[in-house]
Structures are given as structure tokens and as C-alpha cells.
Design a protein around this ligand. Sequence first.
Ligand SMILES: N[C@@H](CCC(=O)N[C@@H](CS)C(=O)NCC(=O)O)C(=O)O
Length: 407
Amino acid sequence: MSIFSTTISSWEEILETAQQNTSARRLKRPGQAPSTAPIPSSYHKLAPNTKPPVLLYRDSNSWCPFCERVWFALEEKEIPFETEFIDLSNKPKWYTDLVPTTLVPGAYVNGKLVYESKDILLELEEQFGETLLPENLEENAIARQWIEDVDQANGFRDIAYKFLRQPPEDANELEKLETEFETKLNQIEQTLGKYPGPFFLPTFSLVDIMYSPHLDRLAANLPVYRGYHIKENPKFPHINTWFAALKKRPAYNKVKSDNITNNLLLRRRFSVEPIGNSLPLDMADTEHIEYRAEAAERLSDNREIAISDVLKNSGVLSLAVDNEVSTVKESVDFHLRLLADYLVKGNSQLLPGGRTGGKESIDPIIAAIGAITLAYLRNRICAPRDMSAGAATALRGAIDKVLPSIY
Ligand SMILES: N[C@@H](CCC(=O)N[C@@H](CS)C(=O)NCC(=O)O)C(=O)O
């Protein structure tokens, strides 16, 4: 019996159920990479046929921590914006002519060109009200000083990334870097303890936004690449309370990356070798219906792109018998649909019994195509480029359940 006889919903049915369970939507970008762009949560505030007040130039893979700061602030301040993606491996001349540093992020804020993440953040405060700076004058001055310090004066970022990316052969050097890094991290821990509440200042501010993309990446990567833990480390209670408070902010959950994306990126982009396993998935996110629905919505709504990407890049076509591409395509389609259906239905979706699952066992080539498709997708998905971090975690968690049922 063929696996295709397993009853699963149509793409249209899955999309409909998914959209009932999440408000997350993306803009399609036909023929372009990335194939979708986020829609700002504040878009509804924009009068019809008006341009958003901000145009953000950011990296096409959404990996850049500096761009993440700006996106975070735009979401917090509920400023509608448009995104233009810049391919950093092949920056267009118009962009390098426009922006003196040639780096992303860059932005037009009500027609004014601004670059350098810190300066864009301050410009947004200037033009849209100081909602992310304290009202109290003394605290306001401290915030501005700390914002200046994050990237330069306190040296935290340089040491942190050196520690993370240093080739591990030289054990002494690595130990020295770890000590220097911990000293810097301790300073952040002390700074977070200066005011009551979980944030750097009495209220959430640009200082939190300046630190979050970097501390997030370090907390995801250091355990895997250096065996060093920031999260759940009793040495850093304030930093851990700060992470927990960030996780409650909708804007943060929209713009952040997930641990696996961060882990894969470090290896691929910076060729750092892991010394341990990837961090376990956040199980709460894998069960969250809103995240599961978002992942299913993305997969269903963007299925043509997903299927052609799997066919082109995963190696499945090598399993085509007599060059019969349509059977491979059908199998890729089927397994993605099985996954999307499982995401919206959860454990009530009856999964196939696997290659050795008795009478209903699957044709081994079909099962192999399914296994490749899902294993490829697990590492291909990149948050927040393709979906939110929570949805990416739910998707990877669902793949971990579906994969063993087919192969
Ligand atoms: N100080 C800058 C740093 C920006 C930056 O380093 N951007 C990187 C991406 S993460 C970039 O544009 N790299 C492209 C290049 O170096 O050509 C800021 O805060 O905006």
C-alpha cells in the first residue's frame, strides 16, 4: 500500500485552519529572495495608499544583530515601516553609494537618511517621541551614555565574539578569553542590578534593545561552541531575569532568532566547529498552538517555493527512478503536507507507521524522499527570515515527531 493513501487534509484546508489560529502573515515577494517579508504589526495604522514613514534597509537573511535592534524598536514603537533587503554577499552599487559606511542597517526616517543602528534608534526617538528612553532626566542621560558604551567603550562585544570564534587549539588563550569575557559579563550583571525591575533602567529602553541581539546570540552559541552557559547560570541571576522579561514582549518574539538558527549560522558563516550538541528545543514553544499554526501557515502559503527549494537543493532528485521527477515532487509535496497537517492537528493526526510499520509500510524510496525532505527543512528554516523564532521551533519539533514515523 502506498503512503499516499494516508488521509491528510488538502493544502487549502490546512491553510484555512492555520490562519484561524494565528494572525501572523507575511508579504509574498514573487521571484525574489527572500521569498517573503514581515508585515509590521502596526501596518493597520497606516491610512490607505500612504507610504510608511520609515524605510529600513536590512540584510536579506535577517541575521544581522544591528538590523534586529532597529526592527525591535520599530515594533515596540508601533511605527509602520517598509523593508528593503540588501544582499550582503553582493551589495548593490546604489546602496554603497548611498550609505557612507556601506553597512546595514540603513534607514530613511521621514525622508532623512540615517545609518548606524544606534543613530537610527536615537533618530526614531527624536522623531516619534522618546518612548524608549526614561522620562527622568538623570536616567535619560544615563541611558544615552550606556547606549554609547555598548558597542565601543565597554569592550564587551569584541571580547565576547573573540571568545566565541577563537580557534580552540590554544587552550591557554581560550581560558584567558573566557576569564576576560566573564569579567565583562559580570559588569553587565552588576549594571542590570542597579535599578529595580528586570531591565537596565526602571523601564524597558533602548539599552535593552542595544544588548538583546548580542546576548541572545551568545546565550545560544556559547554552550554549543564553548561549553559556556549564560542561561540558568547561577552566577548571572539578573541577566536571566532580564531574558525572562524580554520573552514576555511580543516585539521581541517577532524579531528574535531561535537557538538552532544561531547555531547553524555560526558554523556555516564563520566556520566555527561545535564542541557539543545543539541546545534542546524549547518544548513550550513546540506545543504553542499560535506557533504551530504560524509554521503551518508559512508552509502552506509558501508551499510552491518550499517544494522547489527542496527539489533544487536537498539532493532528493537523485532518487528519481527513470528520471521520473513528478513522483519525487509528489512525495516532497505529500511529506510537507503531512508535516503541516501534524502542526495544526497535533497528536490527533495519525502518523504513518514507518518503513517497518507492518501492512501499511511505505515504499522505501518514497520514505527516503520524505526523510530527506524533512531533515533538509529542519536545518533550512531560518528565523526570523522565514517565520518567527517560536514558529521555527514548533516546526523543528514537529519534524522530530514526523520523521521517525516515516523512516
Ligand atoms: N556599527 C554598525 C555595524 C553594522 C554592521 O556591522 N553590519 C554588518 C552586518 S551584521 C554589515 O553590513 N556587513 C556587510 C559588510 O561588512 O560588507 C551598526 O551598529 O549599524
